[in-house]
Structure formats: structure tokens, C-alpha cells
Design a protein around this ligand. Structure first.
Ligand SMILES: Cc1cc2nc3c(=O)[nH]c(=O)nc-3n(C[C@H](O)[C@H](O)[C@H](O)COP(=O)(O)OP(=O)(O)OC[C@H]3O[C@@H](n4cnc5c(N)ncnc54)[C@H](O)[C@@H]3O)c2cc1C
Length: 396
């Protein structure tokens, strides 16, 4: 796959770049750049801006409302979105549950749910983890008991991202305790605004609210909200996780962060005519991270090419997940070091008394540093990904 020289792709890139520069809501870009959290109305606005052009569900087949882009075009779109500093598309709808619905759902379910996911008007959350079931997800206890044409749901889901913005949640539930634990799991969709559901905020280390605990007490949902067969939810959940783990790469955003670090480090004085970028220890690590990003990009393109040719992300998605999240942490660590050096120099009069560098970049950078620590936990921890690679990829 070659992205750089094809005139058709270059003009596609120009079109997308011009959209983000001229037509994408500027208020959303400004708020995201400040590091502040978007409100629910702003999340909807950001996603509906893409949805009204048919670009939100950029990887969906055209028959379900996707734009019909090639893998290369999807990749360029993601790069340009990140380059522009637009918020990452909330993945729970378009990346996670949407493909499960159009792959395993009934025609009625496709008609009911895909439109609102694809146009950005309806938010979704992912209800997998429980207080006692994280890495060992198959031991989940959240129960769904059938009563006529309804299921009655009871239990707790935790670490639920973006539940405060979501209208719906897709849940892994236990419908049987007799068989092997993976066999008794059923995939059910539920509205979050119905009686018996309580969404409680969890405040993260960076002082933000994007995680919740969701409690369900005798919540009734139609059996028609079950995706696929009862007891087969585990296989749908693993299909979804393959897509989830592949989606972490975010190459464009990482390139932008590295360019920002380079620009900041080129300004911070470290004595004489030297700048931070001249420090061989700092710049050596920056180059190393840039090289790792190139390697990640090549790996992503290889996986996407395999998917285009009819494969699935499969267990190799675990390799991408580790590479992408380790790299995200290395980048935000360098950013934090640059911010710390900036602070040191600002107050070290003897080094550069007249230097008045602007420190506005530092606060979102610090929040990002903490935010990326969580990346090696969610989507299945990186230790679990290493177990998967050892067993299922290397056959050890
Ligand atoms: C920011 C964030 C967002 C999240 N969003 C969602 C969401 O939207 N929906 C959702 O359902 N969940 C979400 N999660 C939950 C996430 O998927 C779990 O936290 C994760 O799967 C780990 O489970 P746990 O927290 O129970 O840790 P545990 O499973 O208790 O693990 C604790 C530690 O033990 C290690 N460990 C456990 N088992 C093994 C093993 N067999 N071999 C080696 N090491 C092991 C783990 O790697 C980890 O270091 C989110 C988590 C975070 C931090």
C-alpha cells in the first residue's frame, strides 16, 4: 500500500484537509486544543458534522451508510482528522458495535440502530468489564434472565467510557451458568435512560469524568435487543475486540504530537545558544520514538491490507495494541519532559533572563500523559495481549 504519490489520493487528502480547515466546527477544535472535556451536546455536534457528510462511519460498507472509501482513503481521513486536532470519533458506536450489528444482527436491528450510529446522532457505550471481571472477562456475573419476550437485567458494569454521553449500551450478560463459562454469555443492547439504570461518575487521575459505573436493577429489555444467538455472545465480543485493538494506532495524532514536541524543544533554551533539541539524550530518544512510529505505521498498513484482502484483524491485533499504546506512553513522557524543562528554564534567570516562552501547551500535555497510562489497561491489558501473542500467534 502506497499513500504518498498517487494523484487520486493526494487530491483526496487535499479535500479532507480543506474540510477540517474550513468547514469543521471551529469551536470544537478550540475546546479540544485547550484540553477541556466536551459536553454531550458538543460530542454530538462533532460527530454529526462528520455524519452529515457520510464520513463518520468511514470504514463501513456503502450498503450500511459508509462512504465507500478504499483502505488508503480511510487511513488518510483518520490521519487528517488527527492532524487537524479534531476529537477522536467515539469508537463504541462506529468502530465497535456497528460492525457487530451489520455482521451478526437481524435486518430489523440494522434498521433500528445503524442509522443513528452512522450519522452521529446516537451515542453508545461498551458494557464488558465488571468489578470482578476485567482480564478474566469470561467470568462475568451480570445476569440476563428471560421472562416472556423480555430479558430482566441485573448487575454492575464498571470503567464504562463515555456512558454519560451515551443513549445505548451493549452488554455482555450471563444467561447460563451450566456450560463452559464462555458459552453462557449473551450480547444484549439496552437503552441507558430507562428505569433501574444508574450511571455513576468515576473521576480519573487527571481530574476528568469520562468513566462511569453502571448499575442495573431489574431492567427489562426486549429479547429482540439480543444480537445473534443466546449463549454465543463471546464470539461476537472477540470479533469486536479485534476491531477495537486495531483502532488504537492513531498515527496522524502521534505524528502531530511528535512535531509539536520537536517545535517546543527547538525553542526551550538550555544555556548559551543551545536549545533542548540540541541535547543528544533528548533528541536521541525523540528520533527513536519517531522511528518506532514509522514501524507502527508499516504494521498498521500491513494489517489493513490483509483486512482489505478478506482477512480479519485476528490475534495479530494484539501486536498492534502493544506497539501503539507503548508508543503513546513514550510520546507523552517526552512531552512531559519538555514541559518540565520549559518550567526549569523559565525560572532559571541565569540561563536566559529574557526568555518568555508560552507554557499554554503544558496543561493538556500533562493530562495526556496520565490519559495514556490507561491505554495499556483498556481493551485488554498489555500483559493479556502478550499472553495472546504467546499462545495464539506464536503457538507457545
Ligand atoms: C480508561 C479506561 C477505559 C475503559 N473503558 C472501558 C469500557 O468502555 N468498557 C468496558 O467494558 N471496560 C472498560 N475499561 C476496563 C478495562 O477493559 C479493564 O480495566 C481491563 O480489562 C483490566 O481489567 P481490570 O481493571 O479488572 O484489571 P485486572 O484484570 O484485575 O488486572 C490487574 C493486573 O493484573 C494483570 N493480569 C491479570 N490477569 C493476568 C494474566 N492472566 N496474566 C498476566 N497478567 C495478568 C493485568 O495485566 C493487570 O496489570 C476501561 C479501563 C480504563 C482504564
Amino acid at each position: 500500500m502506497k499513500l504518498g504519490h498517487d494523484p487520486k489520493l493526494l487530491s483526496f487528502r487535499d479535500k479532507i484537509r480543506a474540510y477540517f480547515e474550513n468547514d469543521y466546527p471551529k469551536v470544537i477544535l478550540a475546546k479540544t486544543a485547550s484540553g477541556a472535556s466536551l459536553t454531550t451536546a458538543e460530542v454530538r455536534r462533532a460527530e454529526m458534522a462528520l455524519g452529515e457528510r457520510g464520513w463518520l462511519a468511514s470504514a463501513w460498507p456503502e450498503q450500511y451508510g459508509g462512504p465507500g472509501w478504499s483502505i488508503e482513503e480511510q487511513y488518510i481521513f483518520d490521519e487528517e482528522l488527527e492532524r487537524a486536532g479534531a476529537p477522536t470519533v467515539t469508537p463504541m458506536g462506529v468502530v465497535y458495535v456497528g460492525p457487530v450489528i451489520f455482521t451478526f444482527g437481524t435486518d430489523e436491528q440494522k434498521a433500528q440502530w445503524l442509522g443513528g450510529i452512522g450519522d452521529g446522532s446516537v451515542g453508545w457505550a461498551q458494557g464488558y468489564s465488571e468489578p470482578e471481571a476485567g482480564s478474566d472477562l469470561a467470568s462475568l456475573q451480570f445476569s440476563a434472565v428471560q421472562d416472556g419476550d423480555e430479558y430482566i437485567l441485573n448487575g454492575t458494569k464498571i470503567w464504562t467510557s463515555a456512558a454519560q454521553h451515551a443513549d445505548w449500551i451493549f452488554l455482555l450478560t450471563r444467561t447460563s451458568r451450566e456450560a463452559k463459562k464462555q458459552m453462557g454469555i449473551t450480547f444484549i443492547c439496552c437503552r441507558l435512560d430507562q428505569p433501574g439504570v444508574t450511571v455513576k461518575p468515576i473521576i480519573t487521575i487527571e481530574g476528568k469524568y469520562y468513566l462511569s459505573q453502571c448499575d442495573f436493577v431489574d431492567v427489562r429489555v426486549p429479547v429482540a435487543n439480543r444480537i445473534g444467538e443466546e449463549g454465543k455472545g463471546w464470539s461476537y465480543s472477540q470479533y469486536l475486540l479485534g476491531n477495537e485493538r486495531t483502532s488504537y494506532a492513531r498515527i496522524g495524532g502521534k505524528r502531530k504530537q511528535l512535531a509539536d514536541i520537536r517545535a517546543i524543544a527547538s525553542q526551550i533554551p538550555t544555556g548559551g545558544n543551545q536549545r533542548l533539541i540540541d541535547d543528544s539524550f533528548f533528541s536521541g530518544r525523540l528520533c527513536e520514538v519517531e522511528t518506532r512510529l514509522d514501524a507502527l505505521e508499516i504494521t498498521v498498513l500491513r494489517v489493513l491490507t490483509a483486512v482489505r484482502d478478506g482477512g480479519t484483524p485476528g490475534d495479530e491485533a494484539s501486536i498492534l495494541k502493544i506497539m501503539a499504546t507503548d508508543l503513546a506512553q513514550a510520546i507523552t513522557t517526552l512531552f512531559l519532559e519538555a514541559a518540565a524543562e520549559h518550567g526549569n528554564r523559565k525560572f532559571a534567570d541565569s540561563v536566559s533572563p529574557d526568555w518568555t516562552g508560552d507554557a499554554a501547551f503544558a496543561a493538556p500535555g500533562v493530562a495526556n500523559y496520565f490519559g495514556t497510562r490507561a491505554q495499556s489497561i483498556y481493551g485488554g491489558t498489555n500483559e493479556i495481549q502478550r499472553n495472546i501473542i504467546a499462545k495464539r500467534v506464536l503457538g507457545l
